[in-house]
Design a protein around this ligand. Structure first.
Ligand code: PEP
Length: 251
């Protein structure tokens, strides 16, 4: 089956109003002709309203980087899924390794957030990935599939018809050390096979993105792998020309 590829930029805690305006205008202009790939940009929460207005009427979807699992309440400093949905947000990243590591998010929290995003009509981008130590210990697939199971057990496999998975080896994030296409493909195939064990059709349809130092030089090879359906791009997505070039590789 031909899955339409998706390239999503994760801007993390970067940018300013000026940067958002300049970069989104450039990305829109430079990706206009790429009709066979889905594109998304995930700016910070405060930049969502500005990004929403700049992306209106373009082919680029808006994404958020985080969300709280409750719809409302006394959770000072948090933002809920229904609030994001009011800003034309299509995708919400959940379980990014920075959230798991720096903000102590558990598998349970990630599953709760996944559910909250879908309940508000948006698509979670569920990040999975092993540490360098776990890779060296040879437990990569156990770790990644356990993270996946934590969500499947709570929401069921059919929920992945309205979700995206992102395999992001922690040792490859922001390090310039990309997984080789073979290393990435191996894990992507394991994720798809595992999902297929629960629901074969959903597994065939579900997009599995690779993330971890994707750049214009390595995107072609990564996206040529049969189970890599696009990329979740950090650092390189902050440069319009690089993001456009990576998007071109997926088209
Ligand atoms: C990410 O944080 O999702 C990511 C893939 O970052 P980078 O591309 O900078 O490695």
């Amino acid at each position: 089956m031909m899955r339409r590829k998706l390239v999503a930029g994760n801007w993390k805690m970067h940018g300013s109003r000026h940067f958002v305006e300049e970069t989104l205008r450039a990305i829109v202009a430079e990706t206009e002709m790429l009709e066979s790939v889905d594109l998304a940009v995930c700016p910070t929460l405060v930049h969502l309203p500005l990004a929403e207005s700049l992306l209106k009427g373009t082919r680029i979807s808006l994404g958020a980087q985080n969300v709280h699992d409750q719809a409302e309440g006394a959770y000072t400093g948090e933002v809920s899924a229904p609030m994001l949905a009011e800003y034309a947000v299509t995708f919400v990243i959940v379980g990014h390794s920075e959230r798991r590591q720096l903000f102590s998010e558990s598998d349970k929290t990630v599953a709760d957030k996944f559910m909250a995003v879908q309940a508000a009509g948006m698509k979670p981008v569920l990040c999975l990935g092993e540490s360098l130590q776990q890779r060296e210990q040879g437990v990569t697939s156990e770790v990644v599939l356990a993270q996946l199971d934590a969500v499947i057990d709570q929401v069921g496999a059919s929920a992945f018809d309205h979700a995206v998975v992102a395999y992001e080896p922690i040792w490859a994030i922001g390090t310039g050390r990309t997984a080789t296409p073979e290393q990435a493909q191996e894990v992507h195939a394991a994720i798809r096979q595992h999902l297929a064990g629960r629901d074969r059709e959903v597994a065939e349809r579900c997009r599995i993105l690779y993330g971890g130092s994707v750049n214009p030089a390595n995107a072609d090879e990564l996206f040529a792998q049969p189970d890599i359906d696009g990329g979740l791009v950090g650092g390189a997505s902050l440069k319009a020309a690089d993001f456009a070039s990576i998007s071109q590789s997926a088209s």
